[in-house]
Write a protein that binds this ligand. Structure first.
Ligand code: CDP
Length: 309
């Protein structure tokens, strides 16, 4: 029995209260670890080749290439004369940015005053077309270099762009001339709305550049984190972006990653799920607390800096 214990030690996930407590005590302490950063970048390069693979490009997805959906089994899209022209020519981040920030949508950002710090980074990534109106600027900033757009948002918020495209095109102005990263080939129902979003922006001569997430990249990043104890049906958008950032940037800071109901710090008051609403995700879909623990581990080892308070 003792032998088994040493071979398979029993790890217990810390409770939610223990995590809040630890972050409250140690959250503000951080020391950069260049070796850790280098090791992680190498690990991600080896598993997932983020620079070359994070988006579907004309280089990595020529006509005839079969893109297997990463969110569904046995379904694929074969790159055709219709889809190929929509892909960017080559990987967009050829000159990797130095200081990157990934802004999660956690309610912990409310009243954080982090906006100026976020805007000061070289490359700002945001998730799921978040609101950036004036009342949030002080807390979340205004600049964006890459924003993800889940096709389900196009469906829900803009009625799948079947009727009017104007509201969509207008609302996208908030993201300036950034990349719009869409997982068009993850689930079959997402492909058509993503292509419609592409055409809506192109027809309006928008300054935004649509990038389709490469399903091979999303799959390899999923496997990478599964091997590190994140057991979710699908990784959260935020963790995909952090993985991209860790694989290409010299320094990564995250904001708004706090999937708990109590704020860290001395007050430990209630905190909403998002900085703009309190709509909770489906419990069975993501494993945000497990993801948080992985990111917290990287924070304590100096590999990335999590801004929690
Ligand atoms: O669609 P999804 O549930 O992945 O994301 P979201 O609610 O729009 O939030 C964007 C990202 O921020 C998530 O993917 C998480 O990584 C992170 N997040 C967090 O860590 N804590 C929260 N309370 C909310 C979001």
């Amino acid at each position: 029995v003792l032998c088994w214990f040493y071979v398979f030690p029993v790890y217990r996930l810390p409770s939610y209260e223990e995590i809040v407590d630890e972050v409250s005590r140690k959250g503000h302490v951080w020391q950069k670890n260049d070796t850790g950063i280098h090791v992680y970048r190498k690990l991600l390069e080896e598993c997932c080749d983020p620079l070359r693979m994070f988006a579907v490009t004309k280089e990595n997805s020529p006509i005839g290439k079969v893109l297997w959906y990463d969110g569904e089994l046995y379904h694929s899209h074969t790159v055709s004369n219709e889809t190929f022209p929509l892909f960017v020519q080559e990987p967009p981040l050829r000159r990797p940015p130095r200081r990157c920030v990934v802004v999660g949508n956690g309610g912990v950002l409310r009243h954080s005053g982090c906006g100026p710090e976020i805007d000061n980074a070289d490359f700002v990534m945001r998730c799921n077309l978040p609101p950036l109106s004036k009342k949030y600027t002080e807390d979340v900033g205004i600049r964006t270099h890459l924003v993800t757009a889940n096709p389900s948002i196009i469906e829900k918020r803009f009625q799948g762009l079947q009727m009017s495209r104007r509201a969509f095109v207008d609302s996208m102005r908030a993201y300036g001339s950034s990349y719009v990263y869409m997982p068009a080939f993850s689930m079959r129902p997402g492909t058509e709305p993503s292509l419609r979003a592409y055409h809506a922006l192109a027809d309006a001569s928008s300054n935004l550049t649509v990038l389709f997430a490469n399903p091979d990249f999303l799959r390899s990043v999923g496997a990478f984190w599964k091997g590190r104890g994140v057991h979710a049906r699908r990784l959260s958008t935020g963790l995909f972006l952090v993985s991209l950032a860790l694989g290409v940037c010299e320094e990564v800071t995250t904001y708004g990653f706090w999937p708990f109901e109590t704020a860290p710090g001395p007050a430990q008051g209630p905190v909403s799920h998002h900085y703009y609403d309190n709509i909770l995700p489906y419990k069975w879909f993501h494993a945000m607390p497990e993801e948080f623990l992985q990111l917290w581990r990287l924070h304590t080892s100096g590999t990335l800096r999590m801004h929690c308070q």
